[in-house]
Design a binder for this molecule. Structure first.
Ligand SMILES: Cc1cc2nc3c(=O)[nH]c(=O)nc-3n(C[C@H](O)[C@H](O)[C@H](O)COP(=O)(O)OP(=O)(O)OC[C@H]3O[C@@H](n4cnc5c(N)ncnc54)[C@H](O)[C@@H]3O)c2cc1C
Ligand code: FES
Length: 287
């Protein structure tokens, strides 16, 4: 059993958990993820390792409540236990001194991009960080990201904080300014990563994205997380989750992401009915 030692609400329906898992913390590297189960009957869900404390033996995960399992997880508190917490899974980020890199985090993607930006800076890179959210109250880890980057640029879609615009607007400016940029790392919602890739393709700037295809076993056996990269079939859980964004078939990914939508909607409706979940997200529980 794995104890939740810290819980923080970063924004409405956006939770941070610090989980006691010394064996995972000992080996965790930027870019990897865990698969957890709340209880014996629970669904397995993958979450990125947003931070780790080897000495303290803890892993930090940041998750958005989007469906039944993440809502159930969000209802847990400090001192509660998770049944299973398997990891670190997936290939770690490739970290070397490229010179100058840009790390883009959109929405909840700020959490997974943080350890990558930190590792790239520690490797000697100049790291320009770009973070964005729909609105001010959804923006988190600004100071943490600032500490991991040489320079941080911030935007909100609605202009409620710093400036109005999408991360791609800031990315274009940064690429134009920093002509020597060798790599872009972008993590966030699928449409954001896709938009980043079409922009960086214009500039011939190599771009790494982290794919959150639906996963079940996380060991390369079930095929659920299948993605097409450069015309080849890859399993995001063992071949990724990071891939060259210019080679990813985003259209196929978007189609596969909604395969279980009817079942997901039913599961969350049942959960809300049984638990009277009261929230401001799109589940309908707060209405
Ligand atoms: C490698 C990886 C790392 C991830 N890291 C994070 C993270 O750090 N923070 C975070 O908030 N989310 C992360 N996700 C997504 C997270 O796993 C899903 O939001 C979660 O599984 C949804 O479960 P649910 O029952 O609450 O919602 P559901 O009702 O099952 O689904 C709601 C939405 O989540 C997607 N989804 C459902 N199951 C999965 C699954 N097993 N894997 C991926 N997507 C799924 C669905 O397509 C749907 O759009 C990650 C996914 C992957 C593959
Ligand atoms: S999750 Fe089963 S093969 Fe990747």
């Amino acid at each position: 059993m794995y104890r939740i030692v810290k819980k923080e609400l970063l924004a409405p329906t956006l939770n941070l958990f610090e989980i006691e898992a010394p064996l995972v913390a000992r080996k965790a590297l930027a870019g990897q993820f865990v698969i957890l189960r709340i209880n014996g009957e629970g669904e397995r869900i993958p979450l990125t390792i947003a931070d780790f404390d080897r000495a303290g033996g803890t892993i930090t995960c940041v998750f958005q409540e989007v469906g039944k399992t993440t809502k159930e997880l969000g209802a847990l508190g400090e001192g509660d236990f998770l049944q299973d917490f398997v990891g670190p899974l997936g290939l770690p980020s490739h970290v070397e001194n490229y010179g100058s890199v840009i790390c883009v985090g959109g929405g909840v993607g700020v959490a997974p991009v943080f350890p990558i930006a930190r590792a790239l800076k520690e490797a000697g890179n100049e790291v320009v960080g770009i973070i964005g959210a729909r609105t001010k109250e959804l923006l988190f880890w600004e100071e943490k990201m600032r500490s991991a980057c040489s320079e941080l640029r911030v935007t909100t879609d609605d202009g409620s904080y710093v400036r109005k615009g999408f991360v791609t607007d800031l990315l274009r400016e940064a690429i134009e300014e920093k002509k020597n940029t060798s790599l872009c790392v972008a993590i966030g919602p699928l449409p954001m990563m896709r938009a980043v890739c079409s922009l960086t393709r214009e500039y011939g700037l190599k771009t790494i994205v982290s794919l959150n295809s639906i996963m079940v076993d996380g060991t390369g056996m079930c095929g659920c997380c299948r993605v097409t990269v450069g015309g080849e079939t890859k399993f995001a859980c063992v071949d990724g989750p990071e891939f060259d964004g210019h080679l990813v078939d985003f259209e196929e990914m978007a189609r596969r992401a909604v395969i279980y939508k009817p079942q997901e909607q039913l599961a969350v409706a049942r959960y809300v009915e049984n638990h009277g979940h009261n929230c401001s997200c799109s589940c309908g529980g707060g209405r």
